[in-house]
Structures are given as structure tokens and as C-alpha cells.
Design a protein around this ligand. Structure first.
Ligand SMILES: NC(=O)c1ccc[n+]([C@@H]2O[C@H](COP(=O)([O-])OP(=O)(O)OC[C@H]3O[C@@H](n4cnc5c(N)ncnc54)[C@H](OP(=O)(O)O)[C@@H]3O)[C@@H](O)[C@H]2O)c1
Length: 327
């Protein structure tokens, strides 16, 4: 496994991370979660991503953090770097203050996450999405208190625009508060909107980029064939949100690109999934690629993808394939 700096911090994280969104609480139960966490750590993965909202899709409870709390029992605390996120409603309720980036909500949300995770601190606490209604000063001051209290080591953003991170970090600098060291963004070979502003911003400002949906929910792992129903053991067969994702990205144009990318990877003795991960790692701002898995086999395969360092020539060929696509 290769390790990278977690943004502008001294923490080293594995180039490939374990994500707990989507599957956990559904097809991934507690025994499967334990097996996946053990396999990840065995293969050098030390960064684990979760959020208070993960797993609530199934029965309203935040099952991902609960399962992770169980799976991490007995594992030395310095063997992993754990990031969670706050913002959303957990458990699902309609209360006016049961979501958002206010001090009121975040303080409760962090304590609830720690209880479920059975930890006394999280390494990276991220604001899941930008809250237009809460003053940025309020959120950043709250995060400062969390770090001072020892419950949080570092802070990160998620789904923020570049200007939002920029403004928050300027406030942090002005007041001596901790700044966002990372951000999470939807970024993969089929979704490159982040390249317009966020990726160059991260590169220049040394904000670590944590791409999510690196495998486009499995589309970039060859899980879905054009014109065929999702395989019965696939996430799309089990999960409505994945079917909605595929409705958007499983287009004829994208399938044409997938065929070329698959041939490119196979010519070099790799899989499409390995290419999708290795390509994200060519971006210097990328701190770790968060992959979601429902099996140990996929976790091991994804960990191995970090070993493929695409050459300059290979990167240029992929750029050509991608540019051909946007014509
Ligand atoms: N910050 C945010 O707002 C945000 C949003 C979404 C996700 N995330 C994070 O990002 C993580 C990754 O996203 P994701 O899991 O939703 O999507 P993903 O990594 O793009 O896709 C995961 C799916 O790809 C398939 N897969 C994975 N490895 C494979 C392999 N080696 N070979 C073949 N198929 C493979 C699996 O499908 P099957 O299960 O069908 O086998 C798996 O469910 C999440 O777990 C979460 O931690 C963050």
C-alpha cells in the first residue's frame, strides 16, 4: 500500500480507503462489516470513511457508525484514521434543528457519532454539505471548540464549492481556528465537474481531495452491462439510490467510453476498477480514494489498485479517450 498526506496535515493515509456508505446496514451486516474492516487493515488500508447518515436508508437508524463501532472493537486506535461527517438528520426526523451546520446541531451530532462509534475522538470530522443558513463563523468556531475539546483531531469539508472552503479557511486563519484540511467530492472518470474549479483549488491550497463514488457505484467496475438488468447480487438490484445513479450515468455515450477504458486496462493486465482508482491517484491533490465494497474480495482488489502508477504516456492516452468523449 502507498500512503499520502491527508491534505495539509502530518497524517499519512492509505491511497485507497474503505467507505461505509450505501451498503452498510443493507447487504453489509455486522459479520460482513467485521470481515471487510479486517481485510482492509490487513491490506494496508488505514483510512475509514463514515457518516452519521449512512445506513439510515434501511430502517432510519445510523447503522454504518453502529456497525463500525462494533467492527473496530479490539483494534488498536493507532491502526486506523477515522473520518465521519455531521449535518444530516439522525435518526430521521423532521425537527427544525435536527440537521444543518449550526452549533446547536453539530455539538449533538458529534457526541451521538462518538457514542455509536464507541470512540472518544474522531480523526477527521467533516461537514457533510454546506449550510447556506448558518453563518460560516458559527460552524468554524464550533469546529474549533471540538478540536480544543479533544473529541476531533482535524476538520474537513464535503460537497463544498471551492469558494466556500476558501472563505471558511480564511476565517479560520483570521481567528486562529483550525482550517479544513480536506474535502470530499463526487469525482470519477465519468463525472469530472470537479476539475473545473475544485480540483485546481485543492491542488493550489493543499486541501486534500477525497473523491467519492470513484467506481461510479459499480459502473466503473464493470458491474452493469448495457441493456441488461442489474445482476441480482449487485447493489443496484438492492438499492433504489444506486438505480437512480445509474439512470443518470449509464448512458450509451458512457458505455462507449467504458468499453475503451476496459480495453485500455485489460491490455495492461488490469481491471476497469483498478484503472478508475489509479487514475484518481494521478491527481496530486488526491489524499485517498474512498471505495465502497460489499465483499472482502472487492476490498482486496481495490487495495491492490494503489500499486498501479499510471505513466505519463498512459495518462496522456486516457486524456485522449476522455476528450474524445466530450466532443
Ligand atoms: N461525502 C459524500 O457526500 C459521499 C457521498 C457518497 C459516498 N461517500 C463515500 O464514498 C464511498 C464510496 O462510494 P460508494 O461506495 O457509494 O460508490 P463506489 O465506490 O463508486 O462504488 C461501490 C460499488 O462498486 C462495486 N465495486 C467496488 N469494488 C469493486 C471491485 N473491485 N470490483 C467490482 N465491483 C466493485 C460494488 O458494487 P456491488 O456492491 O454491486 O458489488 C460497490 O458497491 C462511500 O462508501 C462513502 O464512504 C461520500
Amino acid at each position: 500500500m502507498k500512503y499520502r498526506q491527508l491534505g495539509n496535515s502530518g497524517v499519512r493515509v492509505s491511497a485507497v480507503a474503505l467507505g461505509t456508505g450505501g451498503q452498510w446496514g443493507g447487504r453489509v451486516d455486522v459479520p460482513a462489516a467485521k470481515r471487510i474492516v479486517a481485510a482492509a487493515l490487513d491490506h494496508g488500508i488505514n483510512y475509514i470513511d463514515t457518516a452519521d447518515i449512512y445506513g439510515t436508508w434501511y430502517d432510519g437508524r445510523p447503522l454504518a457508525e453502529e456497525f463500525l463501532g462494533e467492527a473496530l472493537q479490539g483494534i488498536p486506535r493507532d491502526h486506523y484514521v477515522l473520518g465521519t461527517k455531521g449535518f444530516n438528520t439522525v435518526p430521521i426526523q423532521e425537527g427544525p434543528n435536527s440537521w444543518g451546520a449550526s452549533r446547536y446541531h453539530l455539538m449533538n451530532a458529534l457526541d451521538a457519532s462518538l457514542r455509536r462509534l464507541r470512540l472518544d475522538h474522531v480523526d477527521l470530522y467533516q461537514i457533510h454539505r454546506f449550510d447556506e443558513a448558518t453563518p460560516m463563523e458559527e460552524t468554524m468556531r464550533t469546529l474549533d471548540e471540538m478540536v480544543r475539546s479533544g473529541k476531533v483531531r482535524y476538520i474537513g469539508a464535503s460537497n463544498y464549492a471551492a469558494w466556500q472552503i476558501c472563505r471558511c479557511n480564511d476565517l479560520a486563519e483570521r481567528y486562529g481556528w483550525p482550517a479544513f484540511i480536506t474535502t470530499q467530492a463526487h469525482y470519477n472518470l465519468l463525472e469530472r465537474e470537479a476539475e473545473k474549479e475544485l480540483v485546481p483549488f485543492c491542488r493550489t491550497m493543499k486541501v486534500g481531495l477525497l473523491p467519492y463514488f470513484p467506481l461510479a457505484n459499480g459502473l466503473l467496475a464493470g458491474r452493469y452491462e448495457q441493456g441488461q438488468p442489474p445482476p441480482p447480487d449487485s447493489r443496484a438490484a438492492a438499492f433504489e439510490r444506486t438505480r437512480r445513479y445509474l439512470n443518470r450515468y449509464a448512458t450509451a455515450q458512457n458505455y462507449a467510453l467504458l468499453a475503451k477504458l476496459t480495453a485500455f486496462a485489460e491490455d495492461r493486465g488490469h481491471t476497469l476498477a483498478e484503472l478508475a482508482i489509479a487514475w484518481l491517484l494521478t491527481e496530486p491533490a488526491t489524499a485517498t480514494v474512498i471505495t465502497g465494497v460489499s465483499s472482502v474480495e472487492h476490498m482486496i482488489a481495490n487495495a491492490a489498485a494503489a500499486d498501479w502508477a499510471l505513466s505519463e504516456q498512459e495518462q496522456a492516452e486516457i486524456r485522449q479517450l476522455l476528450e474524445g468523449q466530450s466532443d
